[in-house]
Ligand binder design. Structure first.
Ligand SMILES: C[S@@+](CC[C@H](N)C(=O)[O-])C[C@H]1O[C@@H](n2cnc3c(N)ncnc32)[C@H](O)[C@@H]1O
Length: 286
């Protein structure tokens, strides 16, 4: 594991591998263990990754569990390190991945698995039957859930943010998602994002560090990277090449920052109310 960054600023750390990452912005998600041809087949689908109908269609024809990037066991040392077994965990965009079930098999007791695709959620429920009472399956849109605020200790995203960013209006969805994640997390909650996106392209989506601007993110970010597993024995992977890495963003809410955000928001509301009151007074004097 490579530790890349620890801070609350937007700039990528000096230790981020050198090179330009622009090519990653347009790259489609790579499904696991496939050759380059198969990877290319997914490129044309990428623009659809924000649409529920696309995912419903896809999961209707692909009935077997499908794991983007790699399965839970590959990331579990990091997850186990960060997430206590009794945490209330929300898995955003679970798809038909076995990540929720694998977490339960690893000892986690309270998992909510969420996806926009009705088909994915129905498939998961059918597959689990009564075997995983620790998992609640929910269908919905991550940019606007009906769940109460402060519901979870941890949110885990594997490849959902990447999917949103492939779709049109990706940055808008990512911003709404970030705001919703903050709302859903407790005041010391943790948002974990597993992605192919390096800090230069992902940190600006995940952080808003200016308290004077709307939707300040009250978290401190650390970034780790792990080497992708080899897809074939002779494959050469380079730790300085972002194409060889998965990045794991850990966005930890800090209660003091949450408090500062609340104070700021209250001040803004008072300011707005005063302005409205002045306007009303002025018009009644006319
Ligand atoms: C790339 S797949 C990742 C699936 C799974 N996390 C994995 O690692 O295998 C992205 C998933 O996000 C879901 N998704 C896309 N947009 C969403 C949204 N707005 N709200 C909730 N889920 C969404 C899709 O249905 C799909 O299952």
């Amino acid at each position: 594991m490579i530790n890349l960054y620890s801070g609350t600023g937007r700039l990528p750390p000096p230790s981020v591998p050198l090179g330009t990452y622009d090519h990653l912005k347009t790259k489609a998600l790579a499904p696991p263990k496939v050759g380059e041809d198969e990877f290319d087949n997914h490129v044309s689908d990428a623009a659809q990754y924000g649409r529920a109908e696309f995912w419903d269609d896809r999961y209707s024809t692909e009935v077997e569990p499908f794991e983007w990037y790699y399965e839970y066991s590959y990331f579990s040392p990091i997850i186990r390190d960060l997430v206590p077994l009794d945490a209330k965990v929300f898995i955003a965009g679970c798809g038909t991945s076995l990540f929720p079930q694998d977490m339960v098999n690893d000892g986690y007791q309270n998992i909510t698995a969420f996806d926009i695709s009705r088909v994915a959620i129905a498939t998961q429920k059918l597959r689990c039957q009564d075997r995983y009472p620790q998992i609640t399956w929910l269908q919905g849109n991550i940019v606007d859930t009906d769940l109460p605020e402060g519901s979870f200790d941890v949110i885990i995203d594997k490849a959902l943010l990447d999917a949103l960013m492939c779709a049109s209006m990706g940055e808008v969805s990512a911003k709404l998602y970030r705001i919703e994640a903050d709302r859903l997390l407790k005041s010391d909650g943790l948002f974990i994002v597993i992605t192919f996106g390096n800090p230069e392209i992902r940190l600006p989506l995940l952080e808003q560090n200016d308290l004077d601007v709307e939707y300040f993110t009250p978290w401190k970010t650390t970034v780790q990277a792990v080497m992708k597993p080899k897809q074939y024995p002779n494959e050469v992977l380079d730790p300085d090449d972002p194409d060889s890495l998965y990045f794991i963003y850990c966005l930890r809410k800090i209660p003091e920052l949450v408090k500062a955000k609340l104070v700021k928001e209250r001040k803004l509301i008072i300011k707005k109310n005063k302005k409205v009151a002045r306007g009303t007074k002025r018009s009644s004097n006319l």
